[in-house]
Write a protein that binds this ligand. Structure first.
Ligand SMILES: *Cc1c(COP(=O)(O)O)cnc(C)c1O
Length: 240
């Protein structure tokens, strides 16, 4: 991949090639699963990449981008207000950042405890907007607190807290495949949790699952939103 000195034209062609390759993978996975290609939304995860890259993606027809750190995502979203992008917050969410994130994020994928809800609701109210929320569940048999996610037994409790907030819309569930084991098995468990959630909350039909390495398994298991970074953007630069 080119470094920061690459011309914008060169970088745009690189991103276009990454997008084409991933869209082909998604289309093939949808065809194999008998799903319509437009049943799956591609969220391009742009964390650690410059705002200029996100602008190029918008120019290439990308509508949904994902970020994972408030201090990076907020300025990017503000710089590109008016570019017609939907901003997805997919990273670990600290309680003291919840209000800030809800001021610019259209969807927060990583709500894993009821304590986050009040701050998110306040941030949405600050801006007079509504914010979509997914409950992140931890599918790892050996929970890793650094990766986040609620114990699946707490899904209902977290969902109820979100549903009770006046400026938040409960949209569904999110998960990251465990480091070990078959992602297909993990995504099947996520699909079962989604069915349980939808029984109580008929509008909460989104399933956010699948990244660069496992998007095919996620599509096969019914994911509605894929969060893909590396396969489109290239290797992430070191922490800025
Ligand atoms: C970084 C990140 C992604 C993208 O991962 P890639 O392997 O680069 O596609 C997806 N989801 C979350 C929660 C992330 O933090």
């Amino acid at each position: 991949m080119s470094g920061p000195t690459a011309s914008q034209g060169e970088r745009s062609r690189e991103l276009a090639a990454g997008l084409r390759a991933v869209r082909t993978r998604v289309d093939e996975a949808c065809a194999a699963a008998g799903r319509a290609p437009d049943a799956v939304t591609l969220v391009v995860v742009t964390k650690f990449f410059p705002t200029a890259d996100v602008a190029l993606l918008a120019g290439l027809g990308v509508t949904d981008v994902g970020e994972s750190r408030d201090q990076e995502a907020g300025p990017k979203a503000r710089d590109l207000a008016g570019a017609g992008l939907r901003w997805h917050f997919v990273g670990r969410l600290q309680r003291n950042k919840a209000r800030s994130v809800a001021r610019y994020a259209d969807v927060v994928h990583s709500v894993d405890r009821p304590e986050l809800v009040a701050g998110l609701d306040r941030g949405a109210h600050d801006e007079g907007r509504r914010v979509g929320v997914l409950v992140q569940v931890d599918l790892d048999p050996v929970p890793d607190p650094a990766r986040g996610g609620a114990d699946p037994r707490r899904l209902r409790e977290v969902a109820e807290a979100v549903a009770a907030a006046s400026a938040l819309d409960l949209r569904g569930v999110m998960a990251v495949a465990p480091r070990e084991g078959d992602p297909a098995e993990a995504f099947a468990r996520l699909a079962a949790l989604s069915h349980e959630l939808v029984a109580d909350h008929p509008d909460a039909t989104w399933v956010s699952a699948g990244m660069s390495g496992d998007l095919e398994q996620a599509v096969a298991a019914g994911a509605t939103h894929l969060r893909v970074g590396t396969a489109i953007m290239g290797q992430r630069p070191a922490l800025q």
